[in-house]
Design a protein around this ligand. Structure first.
Ligand SMILES: CC(C)(COP(=O)(O)OP(=O)(O)OC[C@H]1O[C@@H](n2cnc3c(N)ncnc32)[C@H](O)[C@@H]1OP(=O)(O)O)[C@@H](O)C(=O)NCCC(=O)NCCS
Length: 186
């Protein structure tokens, strides 16, 4: 049975298989950039443990958060101790980048686990967490051409606000395509 769990160092081997499947492409919502910013090598068991601890600590506000970071909750979808995907809830749109580009929630599913409802399951569960956190609505964005993500968001009740054309700011941060902006009222 699929479950959503907090990041754990116990799944290092399975997480690395997932990393190899991605072949260097960014995994949305996994918090990998947080490891890169700290210079961690996620292939090392020790650094992986430090990263997991960092993700858990990032759930709380405080001076350990980098500038422009809101407290955030990362959860992993797992099945029989296999890592399937990750989803991240940013508690507030505290930066221009969150407001204009990435929104409250980001997620990704490892290539070998796609089209089995993992993203749909993760998003539904995380929306309950968002509600528990007192959020009234969440912004979720996706590339205009990302049909899988669009369908995931729409199935969870996402209402399209607009499709924004990229500006220089968006391009600089790696969003070169038109971006669909959805709100989900909780
Ligand atoms: C987008 C992504 C998270 C979807 O994950 P998933 O677990 O395969 O999605 P699900 O199985 O829950 O399917 C969700 C919907 O997308 C559809 N879908 C899934 N893959 C699809 C594809 N390649 N093409 C078209 N539709 C697709 C499913 O049919 C389903 O729609 P339906 O309920 O109307 O049938 C996954 O493809 C991924 O990780 N992509 C790369 C990272 C990314 O784009 N993240 C989102 C950034 S906003």
């Amino acid at each position: 049975m699929m479950k959503l769990i907090a990041p754990t160092a116990a799944l290092h081997a399975s997480w690395l298989e997932n990393l190899d499947e991605w072949g260097g492409i960014q995994q949305d919502g996994a918090g990998v950039r947080r490891a890169e910013a700290k210079g961690l090598d996620l292939r090392s068991a020790e650094d992986f443990g430090t990263w997991v601890d960092t993700l858990r600590a990032d759930e709380r506000p405080g001076s350990h958060l980098p500038e422009g970071y809101a407290p955030s909750i990362v959860r992993w979808a797992v099945e029989n101790d296999d890592y399937l995907g990750a989803i991240q809830l940013r508690s507030a749109l505290v930066s221009r980048s969150l407001q204009e580009l990435s929104g409250h929630i980001g997620y990704s599913v490892r290539p070998s686990a796609r089209r089995r409802g993992v993203a749909t399951f993760m998003l539904r569960s995380m929306l309950e967490t968002a509600m528990d956190q007192g959020l009234e609505k969440v912004l979720i964005t996706c590339d205009d051409s990302n049909e899988a993500s669009r369908r995931t968001i729409e199935a969870a009740g996402g209402v399209l606000e607009s499709v924004r054309q990229p500006d220089d700011f968006a391009r600089e941060l790696g969003y070169p395509n038109p971006l669909r902006r959805y709100w989900i009222t909780l």
